[in-house]
Design a protein around this ligand. Sequence first.
Ligand code: AMP
Length: 436
Amino acid sequence: MSAFNDLGLNARLIRNIEKQGYEEPTAIQASAIPLVLSGDDVMASAQTGTGKTAAFTLPILQLLNNSRRPGPKDVHCLVITPTRELAAQVADSIRTYSGGLKLNSQMVCGGVNIRPQIRNLSRGTDILVATPGRLIDLLGQNALRLDHVKLWVLDEADRMLDMGFIPAVRQIQSALPKLRQTLMFSATFSRPIEALAGEFLHQPKRVSVTPANTAVSRISQKIYPVDKHRKGEMLRHLLRHETSGQVLVFARTKYGSDKLARQLGKAGVKSDSIHGDKKQSARTRALQQFKSGQLQVLVATDIAARGIDIQQLPMVVNFELPHVPEDYVHRIGRTGRAGEEGVAVSLVSAEEVAQLQKIERLIKQSLPRHEIEGFEPEHRLPTKDVASPGKRRPRNKTKSKTHAKPASRTQSRQGKPDHKKGPKAKAATQRPRGAQ
Ligand code: AMP
């Protein structure tokens, strides 16, 4: 008998969970499932990788299974997600967990033909997963009604805020009935998120899963100091010497992710990129090829990577650090997914010191630096004492066991290339968010 039995879920759902091989509920599931089943509004702070999708999907399936079927164009549960990838991921989970129940679910996102979506919605939908823009289009075309929604889920609310979706979410809320159950999931409880909860939720119960007891603690995190112009070379070195498995690489810009995937391709590494400028069909194809193992490397921007859930992804590489420190936690959460161990590697140049310090402060850890022989940077990274900012600790340099082949004929005696000047050790100019 599994520990899921104690949460009040019915036998059919327990069987579906067991089929997935889950042995016990994750922390967020243990706290959120009983609250959702008892009808409370819930405000949960949980990152991706914590099992949060099942934490809301399982009790919702149980609640809806006990209620009437929806009428034409009606929706009983509405799940809003910031990205298409996440919507696809949530819709997949719903299908997995709802096996054997007579509930129908649908996903509607932009970037694909709206006609089939309108046709499917006309029959009525138990659970609709949607991105905000397409949902508003569909509402405008009178394709669905939201006045019988019993449950409303806002997934990754922090990301919706970052992406400027809140006006759209407000518009959606105005079409919902006042009497409903609302669940909001966010990676963090920032002040703006609290304000949104005040607006959308009614006396919510709070559930919080901190990185310390989630996937993050199972992830081995390493910093590889490197000069900016040698990052591509270092990544290829890591792919040759540190892993033979699949790697998700994060780049900061769309242009940068395309360029990197091309360069890896030229070096014989099967790779592709995924970002917001790519057509939905190209994004889906790249993701499927990565999931099926045809690609060794997928290069992604932060926003496009939302919703990527690949079991047992052994390694995540930050080719560049994100400007928003919370994104670091999201990124590394792609490895070490529920119960698995993972490695998260960051290639950090002197320009990124400020971002690195912000990350270390957020996660309350000083990340170990590993210099790779042959890649020692001209501009070294300081080791920051995160416990007391400003106070310097002695350097904590550990050499990795791997060795780089000489980078080029023009290498100097210290193993550093002579060409060009090294990067200047000043903070990089910040790009505006939303550029992805
Ligand atoms: P999520 O945080 O919802 O993106 O889920 C992350 C991953 O954890 C998914 O691949 C789920 O299949 C998996 N998962 C969810 N719940 C459990 C559980 N109780 N035990 C093991 N794996 C789980």
